[in-house]
Design a protein around this ligand. Structure first.
Ligand SMILES: [Zn+2]
Length: 188
C-alpha cells in the first residue's frame, strides 16, 4: 500500500455477504469507471478517464503532467545557486505521471517539507519530481509510463503550486541537464 495514499481514494467495500466483514482496499483502476470516486491509480495506464487520464505517449515517454504553464527554467537564479530543473505549474491536484517505464528509486519528505520522487527509468535516466501534494508510490515500486504517481502541490514551496522536474539524463545522482527540450518534445 503506497505510503501517502489518501483515505479518500481507498474504496471501502463489503466483503462477501454473510461474513459481514468490511475491508478497505485499493480498487484496481481497470475496474473503476470513475477513478476519482473510489478507484485506485495503480493500474494499467491509459485506461483512466477524465482528470486522471495521462497524455498520449511520445515514443516510450509520457509528459510528467498536463494542463500546465511553464514557470522558471534551467539556470534561474536561486540566490546562492542556480535552478537545475524546470517548473511546470498547474492547478493543485493535477495528476503527475511516470515519464517512462521504470522503478521508483525513492520517495522522500525533505527537511523543507517538500515531497520528492526519484524515478529510475528503463532508459537508465533518472527523473526527479518535487513539491507534490500527495504521492501514491514508494521506493522500489515498478511503474509504467503514464501511471499517476502523485498530485501537484506546493509542499516545500508554500503558495506556489507547481512541479519541479529534473532530468538526470546519465542516471548519475543529481546529474541534472536542462529538461526543456525533453519537455517540449513529449508535452504537446
Ligand atoms: Zn523548480
Amino acid at each position: 500500500m503506497p505510503r501517502f495514499l489518501p483515505r479518500k481514494f481507498r474504496a471501502i467495500v463489503a466483503a462477501a455477504a454473510g461474513l459481514g466483514l468490511v475491508l478497505g482496499f485499493l480498487a484496481p483502476a481497470a475496474s473503476a469507471d470513475h477513478p476519482s470516486e473510489g478507484g485506485g491509480f495503480v493500474g494499467t495506464p491509459g485506461n483512466l478517464e477524465g482528470r486522471w487520464a495521462s497524455p498520449k505517449p511520445v515514443g516510450n515517454r509520457v509528459c510528467p503532467t498536463k494542463n500546465f504553464w511553464v514557470g522558471d527554467g534551467w539556470g534561474a537564479d536561486r540566490g546562492n545557486r542556480k535552478h537545475r530543473g524546470i517548473d511546470l505549474a498547474a492547478d493543485r491536484g493535477t495528476p503527475i505521471f511516470a515519464i517512462e517505464d521504470g522503478r521508483v528509486d525513492r520517495t522522500k519528505l525533505q527537511s523543507n517539507g517538500a515531497l520528492q520522487i526519484v524515478l529510475k527509468g528503463k532508459s537508465g535516466s533518472k527523473f526527479y519530481y518535487g513539491h507534490m501534494d500527495e504521492v501514491f508510490v514508494s521506493g522500489g515500486d515498478k511503474v509504467l509510463a503514464g501511471q499517476v504517481i502523485a498530485t501537484m502541490g506546493d509542499t516545500g514551496s508554500p503558495g506556489s503550486v507547481h512541479l519541479h522536474f529534473e532530468y538526470w539524463r546519465s542516471g548519475g545522482e543529481s546529474a541534472a541537464v536542462n529538461p526543456k527540450k525533453l519537455i517540449s518534445r513529449i508535452c504537446r
